[in-house]
Design a protein around this ligand. Sequence first.
Ligand code: ADP
Length: 520
Amino acid sequence: MNVLFATSEIAPWVKTGGLGDVAGALPAALRALGLDVRVLVPAYPAMLRNFPGAIEVARPHWLGGLLPTPTLRQAVAPDGTPLLLLDYPPYFNRPGNPYLGPEGRDWLDNHLRFGLLSRVAAWLGSEASTLDWQPDIVHCHDWQTGLAAAYLRYLPGQRTKSLFTVHNLAFKGLFDHASLFELGLPDAAWSMDGVEYYGYLSFLKAGLQHADAITTVSPAYAREIQTDAEGMGMADLLRHRAGQLSGILNGIDTAVWNPATDPHLVRGYNARQLPAKAANKAELRAQLGLEPCHDRPLLAVVSRLTEQKGLDLLLEIAPQLLELPAQLVVLGSGSHELEQGFVALAKKHKGQCAVRIGFDEALAHRIEAGADIFVMPSRFEPCGLNQLYSLRYGTPPVVRATGGLADTVIDAADESHGNGFVFGPATTGALLQALQRATTAWHNPPRWRRLQTQGMARDSSWAAAARQYADLYRRLSARIPSSARGHEDKSHLGIPSSARGHEDISHLGIPSSARGHEDI
Ligand code: ADP
């Protein structure tokens, strides 16, 4: 089984969130099961720097529209996964974040940059490919590569199967109508059954509409996104595709996130050596300028600072939280308002609250090890990785019951399985109550140790997820070969959408501001 992973991020080299972590770890877990997985990722400066010996293996051309001819270079990651670096310097040799320019705004040509990534993924899965390796499945991730499923659908001739994984439904990859031509998509794609979404071209919808199967990163999120309340304007389409939609819970890289061997920690520990965690707490407090008060737990946040993560709720109750008493450390970046709010909080409560704005992998590890309680009050959370790191580091998480948080954290009320604290409504009252329960439990050492060890015993490795993806790939590739279906799919374009059951999309009545156009 050959699988092409098409991704816009890959840890540890280029990562802005969970997608990077998944692309950095899942391929190796799949390769351990005997699948030949290769990863297609743009040749950002960090990739070229880390793989200077990458050799040219193909030059995909005639890609259509205004898409240029890039170079594909092959390298091998330290874990043995072959990487296909999509090299086109005018698009990818840029500083900073993969998506944002220096001003913090989306690059204006993101449709072409990620259109090219999607198009080359489809090229690799088509007869046109000149590479001596052909995928059986093209596995796309999030809007950045959603268009690959559309290209595969509209390409003539034989094509491979596609799987689209939603890591976050909030980002729709919306661009104007003119991009259809620039991206070399046929006019027929501009329809409700194609890539059109409320007058925009949506990369996300392209993936949801055209992939042979869809997964999301937790079973709970797979159910939630089919509801109008949490479907972000895609619920109708997702309900229509419910038969091809499933949730596979993410794992974590248990080698990188291992408290026993973590090089960022002053002292390694495991579930039998929990007192050693205290050395990391003392060091973290010293590093952050927090007072060494022994009567209060240290609470922590490592996160993008956005409304999704519910951190506005935390900011609002932070003064009451500190009075419990408790200490707080926040590491993150994101919305200006939240950044400013947390910085002001730290200024006001010197010695009890520390805030670091920015992305700092080493500090994230030290926080997971040094904190007592981790806080994730997310409004929605497709899977969430930090609660899994927290469980593994003996730092019980306080989470809202949503998505992957609901699938992985068991409330302490269940004495024999509990590993954290779960609350329901996204309100300051419910959050504060859960934090109070957590700090009270922390004052009861035997109870606390039980919570910690139950969390640390959870197997969060990628092995289970890899087996589920491998099964899905097999089921997908065993279906009728697409060549046998010929262009039958295309003829559907002429059928009125009402006959295909998801005409409701246009009737959702959602105001455009709520439809997630913020990412154009
Ligand atoms: P999301 O992908 O929605 O941002 P996840 O919990 O799935 O959230 O993954 C976030 C990943 O990014 C985790 O690995 C987390 O440790 C990391 N992360 C987020 N913000 C920071 C930061 N400021 N510094 C270091 N790591 C961060």
